[in-house]
Design a protein. Sequence first.
Length: 180
Amino acid sequence: MRGNDPDRSVQKPAAFLDRDGVINHDDGYMGTRDRIRWMPNAAKAIRRLNAAGYLVFFFTNQSGVARGFFTEAELNTLHDWMRAELAAQGAVIDDVRYCPHHPDGTVAGYLGDHHWRKPAPGMIHDLMAHWPVRHRGSFVIGDRPTDIEAAEAAGLPGFLFAGGDLDAFVVDILKQNYVR
């Protein structure tokens, strides 16, 4: 839930990217960097979005915290590492939101169905409240129907990514007329 300080003077469109299944392969409860397998051309896709003037955000359900598989501190360490790895390739993630809650969790304080948990749009709304996001042109990329439902609930178009070359997928989205 950490990010850069936004320049609120200029609104920009934003790309809200789910993490597991979009940026990295979803191998289940990814709490450590040794388990991260990057999606093909993830950094290239993010660089393309950066160059096109987009704010780029991760928004991700992380019920592994509620289930006791890893802590929020470990998750933040992982996100810091991911952002640094991408930044080393010229790809900037402006901010990250995650929901550590789950109704079937076992860790006190993380039980229940939180308003940030997708398909609810809470993470998107929070990012839009903290950053100068221009609604027009913004979009969501996710790998599950819940990601697309969150996009729709926030009034944004959502694109379902089935894996493969993330940059080619982003190129197709940017070619669509609504984005400009």
